[in-house]
Design a protein around this ligand. Structure first.
Ligand SMILES: N[C@@H](CCC(=O)N[C@@H](CS)C(=O)NCC(=O)O)C(=O)O
Length: 321
């Protein structure tokens, strides 16, 4: 683990940076430009990032739930042929995310970077901050468009529609309010909630985080009683944002992050739903349990000092009958 300060890599900052009371605090992303269909400015950042096939490259880790959602949207929207991807090694230690050789790793052909922090300093030689994934890189302006997955999935959802993306709108105008409301709760208490529980360094901070994780899982289970998806009859962004945490839950968050009140397999509707989403064409290709389990159990040596990766659980991800 480490951090860039003025463009220099400091290898010794712990992953569970907290505010002194044992609570894990996630920092906001730094590059917030938007790719748009005509190159006009998006909700934040500068103009000049027009949607063009082959212009952008996506940097991800297959372990990371935030990067995962960008990969899912790349698949759903048929963007794989126009937005190539680099995949980091699953281990994140003193050099942060690297491109060390390993199964499933796809190196960086643009800069020959050995680690993600080099991609950040290519964009800004004096960058200060964490070198997180995902990153959307612009090969024309040679900079990072965005390192915020929530924004990147919105870009992928619509910006490339005029240049050959697959039709499909996962953020339809009529459902936006509801999607945003579900996202807000899911982000705070589930996507990030499991991290707050897992990286808590005091009993109080852990208990404050773990309760809401299960309150939200119970709430999701009840929402699925009346509708097949979280916002009704159609698959939306809210489903995919929940999915990347649900698919990791029993394999890593239940054990490694101590979110062990219940498993997802104990929630009949939520588990069936997770399997249905997994079976959507293209999605299974984005799920790599070797990277997922290897990353969490081997990287977070302050939580799991031996780095031993557990064998289970045996998950049956086929569609329920
Ligand atoms: N706001 C970012 C968060 C991404 C993020 O925190 N990624 C983690 C991996 S799961 C990371 O790269 N961490 C490296 C670090 O913090 O140094 C997003 O959603 O895109």
């Amino acid at each position: 683990m480490g951090i860039l300060i003025d463009g220099h890599w400091h290898a010794d900052t712990p992953v569970n940076a907290n505010n002194g009371d044992g609570r894990f605090v996630r920092k906001d992303a730094a590059f917030r430009h938007w790719v748009t269909s005509d190159g006009s400015a998006g909700p934040t950042g500068d103009s000049g990032f027009r949607a063009e096939p082959g212009r952008y490259r996506l940097y991800v880790s297959l372990a990371c739930p935030w990067a995962h959602r960008t990969l899912i949207f790349r698949q759903l929207k048929g963007l794989a042929g126009m937005i190539p991807v680099s995949v980091t090694h699953w281990l994140m230690r003193e050099h942060g995310w690297t491109f060390n050789e390993g199964p499933g790793v796809v190196p960086d052909p643009l800069h020959g970077a050995r680690a993600m922090h080099e991609v950040y300093t290519r964009a800004d030689a004096r960058y200060s901050g964490r070198a997180t994934v995902p990153v959307l890189w612009d090969t024309q302006r040679n900079t990072i468009v965005s390192n915020e997955s929530a924004d990147i999935i919105r870009m992928f959802n619509s910006a490339f529609d005029g240049v050959g993306a697959r039709p499909g709108d996962f953020y339809p105008a009529g459902l936006r309010e509801e999607i945003d409301a579900v996202n807000a709760r899911v982000y705070d208490t589930l996507n990030n909630g499991v991290y707050k529980a897992g990286f808590a360094t005091t009993q109080a901070a852990y208990e404050e985080a773990v309760g809401p994780v299960f309150d939200t899982l119970d709430w999701l289970e009840s929402r699925l009683a009346t509708h097949p998806y979280l916002c009704g009859e159609v698959l939306t962004e809210a489903d995919w944002r929940a999915f990347t945490t649900l698919i990791r839950f029993d394999a890593v968050y239940h054990g490694h992050f101590k979110c062990n009140v219940r498993r997802i397999v104990d929630y009949p509707r939520l588990w069936a739903y997770t399997r249905r989403l997994y079976q959507v064409p293209g999605v299974a290709d984005t799920v790599n349990f070797q990277h997922i389990k290897g990353h969490y159990y081997e990287s977070h040596t302050e939580i799991n000092p031996t780095g031993v990766v557990p064998a289970g659980p045996a998950l049956d991800l086929s569609v329920p009958t």
